[in-house]
Design a protein around this ligand. Sequence first.
Ligand SMILES: [Zn+2]
Length: 468
Amino acid sequence: MTNLDLVIRGGTLATATRTGREDLGIKDGVIAAIGPSLEGRKVIDATGLLVLPGAVDPHVHLDMPAGATRSSDDWCSGTRAAACGGTTTVIDFVEPEPGEILLDAFRKRRQEAAGAIVDYALHMTLTNARDETLAQIPDVVAAGMTSFKTYTTYEGFRLDDAAFLRVMRAVRDASGLVMAHCENDAIVTDATARLAALGRMGPGAHPYSRPGIAEATAIRKILSFAQFIQVPVYIVHVSTALGSQAIAWAQVQEEHTSGGRRTVPVGGETCPQYLTLTASEYDQPGFAGAKYVCAPPLRTPHDQQMLWNALATGTLQTVGTDHCPFNFSGQKDLGRDDFRKIPGGLPGIEARLALLHTFGVLRQRITLKQWVALCCENPARWFGLYPRKGTLEIGSDADVVLFDPSRQVTLSTESLHESVDYTPYEGFALTGYPVMTLIRGKIVMQEGNVVSDPGLGHYLFCDTPGLI
Ligand SMILES: [Zn+2]
């Protein structure tokens, strides 16, 4: 093997299944050799560094419409930040307008994504169960989108019970996967109205407007429906102990009813904000709590600990960011007098891998291999991108992160590349940070500097989804 384009030499290769000192050889943008003492036309010295698969973020919202505003990162700025944090694939969403042909909305989204510098795939959002909508699902799958986002809350988005069954059956028949945002709408509506009646209109009211029981109730319903229909379901942004217990219960049920083997994948993700922040942030002085307004909201230290347990035991299999940034000044303050009008969402696309290293691996809540599984391999597996993405095997895309496990970094708005005027992780002291990111063998980030032009990112066709 002397005809390699590039060799990453002397590092510790770390995937979800193995770690060890090996060189990595790249040719034509894919991994062509793994082993000792490789030779190539160009060599990168990775001594002392971890060599990881590029991270896959299964849940981002770049340039997303939200009422009268849009999330503050566009595809170019958001994917630059992703690359700086070691993320080489993001999966965003197509959100069709009412009545719009699903593939028309997809084509518009592709145009918006033209500036992406990392590879990307798309989930399709379904907000109704009309015959003419469901009839388009096979076309959507043929265009490379095999995962379908559904909501149990939000006017204009949520499906009722009968609609959920129809959507699940249509997605199953197209060999797709259902993703669900789970918060019981009646509980959220009731709790929100009661707070408003009491005159509690500041950000401190936000967590009480979306109680944890609303999440758990909705998860139980969705997973019961999924078991009835027999369709794979991925629960997004699980935030509570009760919610993760509901998933664990469904996993056991699924094993019992299918002879010990889980035939229909059931699982989901949590997010860095639920693992590292708690609802006490909403009590910051003045309006500062608005920086942390997202749905579901931040929870208790107990929830946080149980989410770490759920990751360690496999109840939850991925960590996605739900990156959906809004500037504190000019966007979050649309809700200055009314927490219900604060645009919901947090930035986080950049620091996920490093946050999970410091708060997960170094705190011994998860192992090094689990870290790679949660951030890289499992998201790729769930959404039909594995083994092209999420691992370092011969034939995989050469998406590689060089990660310095001893680098000390203090997170700040100034040092992060996200296009937003604050970070919820301001002042967080991290040990370990990406120092280089390659996409398909090309260096896109070196020492925190983006060295790639916009538009490098490819649209990815997703294969049959589901973690089995
Ligand atoms: Zn989201």
